[in-house]
Structures are given as C-alpha cells and as structure tokens.
Design a protein around this ligand. Structure first.
Ligand SMILES: O=C(O)c1ccccc1NCC(=O)[C@H](O)[C@H](O)COP(=O)(O)O
Length: 261
C-alpha cells in the first residue's frame, strides 16, 4: 500500500515534468538569486545569542489538515527572527502543505537569518530551483532517497553554495550521511504512520558524527523537551505546528523561547 510519503514523492515527479516545460536548469543558473551568497545556518545555530530553534511557517500538513491557512508570512517570520529564531523553515509544497515559492520569497525578503526550503527534493532540478528562489538551506529526506541520490543531490547543492540538512528517521539510514551534509535532523515523526516519539531523537543521537550540527525535528510542543534535548546533545530544534496553531504564532514563539532557556 502507498504511504503518504510515496504519494508526495509521486506528485513531486509529476510537478517536475510540468515545471521543466517552463524553466530549465539554465534559467535557474541565470536567475537573480543564483549567485547571491547564502547565509550560513550552521553559524546562525551556533550563535549563542539565538535560541537554536528552526521556526517553521506551515499552513497545513497531512497529519493535521489546516493549521493556520491564512497566516501572514511576513508578519510571522519577522516575529520569529525578532524573538530569537536561528533559522526560519518555509514549506514550499502546495498540495499537501499549502505552501508556495511566494511564501519563501517573502520570508527571504523579510529576514536576515537563513531560510530553509522545506520540501521533498528528489531531483537535481529542484536543487537548482531551491537556489533560484532564494533559500539558504535545503532539506533532503533519507526516507525517500537512496544513498547515491543523497550523495548526488547534496554534492550539487554544495557546488552551488547551499547548505544541506539531511533528515533521518532510523539507525539504518545512517549510512546515507556523506561529506556534503552540514546538519543532521532526526525526525521524531514516522512519515508512514505519523506517530511522534520524542525518544527517537535521543536514541539515534549517540551514533551521529560528532562534527555535524544535530537537529531534533517534529512533534516538539513543550519548552522542557527543548531543555532535555539540548542537555542530551542537540544544538537545534525544528518546530512548526506548536507555533502555527496559534492565532498569533509570533507570541507563542516568544513565550516558548523564554521558557526553553
Ligand atoms: O507534518 C506532517 O504531517 C508531515 C507529514 C508527512 C511528511 C512530512 C511532514 N511534516 C514535515 C515536517 O518535517 C514538519 O513540518 C517539521 O518537522 C515540523 O514538525 P512539527 O513541529 O510537528 O510541525
């Protein structure tokens, strides 16, 4: 039976074929943003004046449906930066997450901290596209890529100046880590069942390469969990729904940061 992740990846491949009729990789290389320097997420996360949190702008999700459909991207991300986010993550998938390139472009135009393109990257076309829309950091999800695919996509990303966050969900994906990866995320959410288990992050942590920045991802809703995960060795925390489910995500973020110190 097809999982939601399979469905998302199938849809991505359809979208790529359609997009290739409109823009080529050459077009991306000639675009305005392509040669602009990226802002380093590694440096921003290691900057102790910030919270270590990668705060996410997320309108809806397959696990929860609509979260905050009409949120104002500029307002929300400006608040994230003001109250101490290290990086802002923006969903760019439209069908399953209600995101868009426009959301990411508006976020980028508002912020001086790095922006993560949160999407399902399965083809080199999307890597060039990620740079062209102005992202600083790109996500690769080990669960939907082979070891060779992770290697090739991350290598291209590095060649064009992007930083790469590789997301793992289990120990058996550790062999997909390579020299082009900058940050490793452990996703607490099983992308097949949507079950969230915070212990997942801690279990895999000890086996991760020492020199890479470690990000605990998904299902974090209690500032105490951040304290716990920081103590265990995580430097960063990717959190979306817990802020976006509020009418004012910025206020929720501000309070959360205060309590997670
Ligand atoms: O969020 C989902 O339902 C989801 C389903 C299938 C694939 C990916 C999914 N989420 C993407 C993410 O990585 C999360 O948005 C991110 O880690 C933040 O999680 P949360 O704090 O739980 O919103």
């Amino acid at each position: 039976m097809k999982t939601i992740l399979d469905e998302i990846v199938d849809q991505k491949r359809i979208e790529i074929l359609e997009k290739q009729k409109i823009n080529s990789i050459e077009d991306f290389k000639n675009s305005e943003n392509f040669n602009l320097p990226v802002i380093s997420s590694k440096a921003s996360i290691l900057d102790e004046s910030k919270s270590g949190i990668i705060a996410e702008f997320k309108r809806k999700s397959p696990s929860k449906g609509f979260i905050n459909k009409d949120a104002n991207v500029k307002y929300v991300v400006a608040g994230y930066e003001k109250y101490g986010a290290s990086v802002v993550s923006v969903l760019t998938d439209e069908l399953f997450f209600g995101g868009s390139f426009e959301d990411l472009k508006q976020a980028k135009a508002t912020l001086s901290i790095p922006v993560l393109r949160k999407d399902f990257i399965v083809d080199e076309y999307q890597v060039y596209e990620t740079k062209a829309i102005g992202a600083d950091l790109m996500l690769l999800i080990a669960e939907c890529l082979t070891k060779d695919e992770v290697y090739n996509l991350a290598k291209i990303a590095k060649e064009i100046g992007l930083e790469v966050l590789l997301e793992l969900h289990s120990e058996d994906q550790l062999d997909k880590v390579n020299e082009f990866i900058d940050l490793i995320g452990i996703n607490n959410r099983d992308l097949k069942t949507f079950h969230v288990d915070i212990e997942k992050s801690k279990q895999i942590l000890k086996q991760l390469p020492k020199d890479l920045i470690k990000v605990a991802e998904s299902g974090i809703s209690d500032p105490k969990t951040v304290k716990e995960l920081r103590k265990a060795g995580f430097q960063s925390f990717l959190i979306g729904e817990n802020f976006m489910k509020n009418e004012n995500p910025t206020e929720a973020f501000k309070e959360f940061v205060k309590e997670s110190k």
